[in-house]
Design a protein around this ligand. Structure first.
Ligand SMILES: [Zn+2]
Length: 297
């Protein structure tokens, strides 16, 4: 279940839907232990892991979630019930969906189809257990600090976290998907390119030494610049694709123009989760390019 450990940070493979290497959560062994991300059906595994590590459930101070897409926070209601002292940290715009997940659940079923049912309906979170993080809020973890920054683009309510002393960034989905040591954008509708690029600049300013991707694992190379370049390239290709068609044309252009896309597309074909991201990425880019075309016409 533990996929790797770097300093105080432990990557936990949640192995959701039996898939290894698709969705992780992180445990940070600071003076005040905390968790980053609450994927669906992950709470039992996380609690077992805490017990095996000699950490009491009541010792956990925070559960930080980057955004409310089910693969990142679908298990928040369950997990917070297991951790009596923990507060759930989210973006101000995510608050109401965590307290009352009905609308989120309905839209997730539309967007994700069967995958949403496999993840399961999220439990509501008691509003007294939630702390909303304004941009650049700093949370004390005893011997370290966690900085929260607003990073819209992938989703308007997206937060990223930076563990200051360890110089480790937790970008959620705002810096792409990291798989087989490659990084590619993840841009579901309604994707906002300008916001996404500004968010990457904001993360680059932090000069992180490590990046802990929810999908998947810890990287020590600077992939922020690469994902930024790809976002621009892929958006331009989407603009070309909408002139002649849509998703299928964009897929063909990406296969021809981007080796990483082609390799990852083939390597992750059998992963329901990761191949789903690629499909959402194409849809988001086409949606973006269509809006841009409408503005110009
Ligand atoms: Zn997401």
């Amino acid at each position: 279940m533990v996929c790797e450990k770097k300093g105080k940070v432990v990557c936990i493979d949640t192995e959701i839907l039996g898939e290894k290497g698709s969705i992780s959560a992180y445990l940070i062994l600071s003076e005040v232990p905390v968790i980053v991300e609450a994927p669906p059906s992950s709470s039992a595994g996380i609690v077992d892991f805490l017990e095996d590590s000699g950490i009491g459930r009541e010792d956990v101070g925070y559960v930080f979630i980057t955004h409310i897409h089910l693969d990142h926070s679908g298990g928040a209601g369950e997990l917070i019930r297991e951790l009596p002292e923990a507060r759930l940290v989210c973006h101000p715009r995510a608050f109401k969906h965590l307290v009352n997940p009905e609308k989120l659940w309905e839209s997730s079923k539309v967007v994700l189809g069967e995958l949403a049912e496999s993840y399961g309906k999220p439990l509501p979170v008691d509003e007294n257990r939630i702390v909303v993080a304004e941009d650049r809020h700093v949370f004390s973890l005893g011997n370290d600090e966690m900085l929260a920054i607003h990073t819209p683009g992938h989703a308007p309510h997206h937060l990223s976290f930076y563990l200051i002393k360890e110089r480790m960034l937790f970008p959620g989905d705002s810096a792409g998907v990291y798989s087989f040591e490659k990084v590619v954008p993840t841009t579901p509708p309604p994707f906002r390119l300008d916001d996404a690029l500004k968010s990457i600049d904001k993360m680059m300013e932090l000069k992180p030494e490590f990046i802990a991707y929810t999908h998947f694992g810890i990287s020590s190379s600077d992939l922020l610049k690469i994902v930024k370049e790809k976002m621009v390239l892929w958006s331009d290709l989407a603009v070309d694709a909408v002139k002649i068609g849509g998703v299928e044309e964009l897929h063909k252009l990406l296969l021809a123009e981007d080796d990483d896309y082609r390799e990852l597309f083939n390597l992750t074909k059998n992963s329901r989760i990761i191949s789903g991201f690629h499909m959402m990425t194409l849809l988001g880019l086409i949606d973006y390019a269509s809006r841009r075309k409408e503005r110009r016409e």
